[in-house]
Each structure stands twice: as C-alpha cells, then as structure tokens.
Design a protein around this ligand. Structure first.
Ligand SMILES: Cc1ncc(COP(=O)(O)O)c(C=O)c1O
Length: 365
C-alpha cells in the first residue's frame, strides 16, 4: 500500500472561483494565472476547471507549450516576456502574447524576423520597482514599439505592490492613469487582491484582470479577509492518515528537540505528512489540523515525513483516521491553507507552490 498522503485538485472549486472573480470585476476579461505550474496545482490538472478563462498568463515558455498542447487556442500571456531573443521564435510559432518591461526586450523584437506581428503588453513600473518602464520613459517605449513592424497591438499594464493591504493601490493607479492618458490600447492592472477589493472601479478592472491566488481558493489578503469571506473554495486539499498513536503521560515530550511537553495524559496521532511533502516546517504547536473532519492542533515539531497531532476529544480516532492538512475534509469541514500558512509565518501562495513531487495528486470533479 502506498503511503497514505494525497493531494486532491477540485475542478468545481476552480470553476466556482473563476466565476467569483468575474463577478468581482464585471466586464473585464480574465487571465487565469497559471505560472509556477498553476501555483503548484499542475497546469494539466487545473485546465478543465479554468478553461472558462479568457486567457492564461504564465512565465515559462515550457508552460506555454503545455497549455497549447492541451488544445488551448486562445490568448496566452508571458508575464515577464522573453528572456532571450530566440524565445521570440516560440512566441511567433505558438502565438504567445508577451510582456515588454525593459528596453532590451524591445531591442530583441526589433531584430526578430517574423511574418506575424506580435501582441505585446507594455509594463510600467508605477511604484513596485520590480519590472517595468518608469512612468517618464513609458511613452517613449510605447512610441518605439509602435514603430516596429514586428509589433501589432500594444496593451498597457502595471502591477500593484500593496493591493492586499492598507497602503492600497490609489497612488500607483494614479501614476499609471496619468502616464497612459490618451495612449490607445487595452489595459491590465489588477491581480486577485485588486480585483476582489477594488474591482468595482473601472480603472482597476480595466480590460483584463490577472487573478492567481483567488482562482485557487485562497485569500490574497489573509488575515484581513479569509477565503470563505471572499466566497472562494479551496482548489487543493492535502490529506493523509494517522499511522501511529502514542499515549503520553504528563511530562512526556514529542518529537525532535522535545519542543512540546504534555501537561497531562495525552493521546497523540502520528500523521504521514512532513516537510518533505511540502508541509511547512515552521508550523509549531497549535497549528490547526482536521482529524476525521474535526478541528484539533498539531503538537511538537514538523519532521521530514511526519507531524504529530493532539487527539484530545477524538476518542474514536486511531490508526487509519483521515487527516486534512488543508482544504476540505470528507465531512465537508474546511481548513484554509491561509490559516495553516499563517501559523507557519508564510502565505497560502508558498504552501500550494511547495507541494512536493512525491505527493500523489488526484483530480476530482
Ligand atoms: C504580473 C502579475 N500579475 C498577476 C499576478 C497574480 O497575482 P495574485 O496571485 O496575487 O492574484 C502575479 C503574481 O505574482 C503577477 O506577478
């Protein structure tokens, strides 16, 4: 029998979340962001649930090839554009739209031989200071691109640094609006947080929104909001089983470093899931977990292949009992990936992306 750990991808949840983002940003077209192998879910596994998107946005050319291999003929956008000149050949061949964020990418385009002009998304650095042209350089970049026979349509884009928090997007939105005033072209500015929190603003939803985390059913702004509060459903469940039970007496410790000490007699369940499966090692005593769909807590340190859980209040639990590390339990109970991530000092984004190769994944309706 294989080790009992398993991840489940919920196709219906993906569909539901996509519809939820559409409702938050009405009239905008939606890029399903599937970079990082669909945030760890697997491009091929999420395709059915996300095929209602208007396009797919990603980073790697190999991932773009995988989306085309699935039969997708609609738009695909490379969010960081090309990394070297020869990447443009694949863009021509697969009809990939690509971001242009620096003058070197314009130089590459200028020498590219193509029969089919490219659709590009010209990126502005409106304040995040990662990728993009400064607002004062933007118009010159647009003019240069517009003069190239290799370029067909130019869309305008930027990315927010603080859409999920109190600083907000107002300043960056103002910079973008000012620097693009009277420039033609479709616009794309909003990620999940901007779409959910500000999607009613026509400037924010623009022509295209680019939600990633929301379509996977996690909150972009946890703990201010949780996924349920946003009406999102988890697209991934990580589940396993109890493979051992220990009865402790007061004073006994659990796991490496003896970081947890029982204050009274305590039943402990040992779960087949550890950091080598992608469960965060920084989660400590108190991290929530579901056993047979009932909420309890992790105790002690996470080790490579196991975590230990408190079975107080679960007299029927034992070897073979179902454990939900995040997602949806068999009885419908939910444990959000954001809550687990928060306990480990990180984000749901990181946990889903870090699901380990060794974990078998099944796709459910
Ligand atoms: C340019 C760009 N657009 C959209 C997204 C999607 O962001 P989120 O997952 O927060 O919706 C990302 C993610 O990092 C991104 O880099």
């Amino acid at each position: 029998m294989p080790r009992p750990i398993q991840a489940t991808i919920h196709t219906e949840a993906l569909r539901h979340n996509l519809a939820r983002v559409r409702a938050a940003a009405p009239d905008a077209r939606v890029w399903g962001v599937v970079k990082a192998n669909a945030y760890g879910h697997g491009i091929e596994r999420v395709f059915e649930g996300l095929r209602g998107a208007d396009g797919f946005a990603l980073l790697d050319l190999q991932e773009a090839e995988r989306v085309r291999a699935l039969g997708w003929r609609g738009p695909i956008l490379l969010l960081e554009g090309v990394f070297e000149a020869r990447d443009l050949e694949l863009c021509s061949r697969l009809n990939l739209w690509h971001t242009v964020h620096c003058s070197e990418q314009i130089d590459m385009l200028a020498t590219h031989k193509t029969h089919q002009p490219h659709r590009v998304f010209l990126k502005m650095n409106s304040g995040m200071n990662r990728l993009g042209f400064m607002p004062q350089q933007y118009r010159a970049a647009w003019t240069r691109l517009n003069a190239l026979p290799q370029v067909d349509e130019i869309s305008l884009m930027t990315h927010f640094s603080d859409a999920d928090g109190p600083k907000g997007i107002a300043r960056q939105l103002e910079v973008f609006a000012e620097a693009t005033r009277d420039l033609p072209g479709e616009r794309s500015v909003g990620n999940s947080a901007a779409s959910l929190r500000h999607g009613t603003d026509p400037l924010v939803r623009g022509d295209w929104v680019r939600p990633g985390i929301a379509v996977y059913g996690a909150a972009p702004d946890y703990p201010e909001h949780d996924a349920q509060g946003w009406g999102l459903q988890p697209a991934m469940t990580l589940s396993s089983r109890i493979i051992g039970v220990q009865d402790l007496v007061a004073g006994d410790t659990v796991g490496y470093g003896s970081s947890f000490t029982a204050e009274a007699p305590l039943r402990i369940g040992v779960v087949a899931c550890g950091y080598a499966d992608g469960y965060p090692r920084h989660c400590t005593t108190g991290t929530p977990v579901l056993v047979d769909g009932v909420r309890t807590r992790m105790v002690g340190r996470v080790s490579m292949d196991m975590v230990t859980v408190d079975l107080t209040g679960l007299p029927d639990a034992g070897v073979g009992s179902a454990v939900t590390l995040w997602g949806r339990a068999g009885n419908g109970a939910l444990l959000s990936i954001d809550e687990v991530a928060h306990a480990g000092g990180t984000l749901g984004y990181e946990l889903m992306c870090a699901l380990a190769q060794r974990v078998p994944v099944v796709v459910a309706e």
